[in-house]
Design a protein around this ligand. Structure first.
Ligand code: PEP
Length: 258
């Protein structure tokens, strides 16, 4: 089975809706300049909640080859949860993807595997695709426990999700020590863990599900290292932070296949 690469730009808490509008305009122009072929790779932007409607209107109006998503979702459907954003709100904005369990949410908001699992289920319930993040801190890697740690996060995040839904979702392996640090895991490091995640999915479900699930690498991906990272058999894309804030860099990353 061939998996379409997915290159997703996580803007984090950067860019208000006007700056987001200008970035997506520039990204659309850069992808057109580079003759991006959307059948070869999928481009996704993941803006802050406050920018999503603006991005939606621009992308739909200009028919840009860019999907969009959200950085988080509430585990609740609606009601008295001040500050939360629900699955139905994100689905109404035609989000295709929702990131769950980013290491910054696990670290600063104490999100557990159980909460990540509940959020992933909400994303699916509302007809969107979760991008489930996992990955180890530096101490875990130094102790040589990065594979078992990451696989355990994925087992927790997938609990109770059936094979048909797992086959469609996206997993992002992001070693925490490589996020926003300029420190990239080697392509072999990325392959080691992405391969182990795929094997874990096969063990939990079956071979066709493992073959179908898309696994991204994330951590200081840039135009200069994306080609090597994407050359690995179990790496199906990248979740990109810093470099997704520059239209030209992100367009280069999306068109890594050229
Ligand atoms: C991220 O936030 O998911 C990320 C990978 O960031 P950066 O590319 O800046 O390391």
């Amino acid at each position: 089975m061939s998996r379409k690469p997915i290159l997703a730009g996580n803007w984090k808490m950067n860019l208000d809706h006007l700056a987001g509008l200008s970035l997506v305009q520039d990204l659309g122009a850069a992808l057109a300049d580079k003759d991006h072929d959307p059948s070869k790779a999928e481009a996704v932007v993941i803006p802050p909640f406050t920018d999503i409607r603006t991005v939606q209107v621009l992308v739909e109006g200009d028919k840009l080859p860019i999907a969009w998503g959200a950085q988080d979702i509430s585990a609740h459907d609606d009601g008295a949860y001040t500050g939360e954003i629900s699955g139905s709100m994100l689905a109404a904005l035609k989000c295709s993807y929702v990131v769950v369990g980013h290491s910054e949410r696990r670290q600063y908001h104490a999100e557990s595997d159980a909460l990540v699992n509940a959020k992933a289920k909400k994303v699916i319930e509302y007809g969107m695709t979760p991008i489930i993040c996992c990955g180890e801190a530096l101490e875990v890697r130094k102790a040589g426990k990065h594979v078992e740690h990451t696989v355990a996060q994925i087992e927790g995040a997938l609990a109770g999700i059936d094979a048909a839904d797992v086959a469609k979702l996206v997993i992002a392996y992001e070693p925490i020590w490589a996020i926003g640090t300029g420190e990239t895991a080697t392509a072999d490091d990325a392959q080691e863990v992405c391969g182990a995640i795929r094997k874990a999915v096969e063990k939990l479900y079956d071979a066709p599900t493992a073959e179908a699930v898309r696994i991204q690498y994330g951590g200081s991906v840039k135009p200069g290292n994306v080609v090597e990272i994407m050359s690995k058999p179990d790496v199906d894309g990248a979740l990109v932070g810093g470099a997704s804030l520059k239209a030209g860099d992100f367009a280069d990353i999306v068109t890594f296949y050229q």
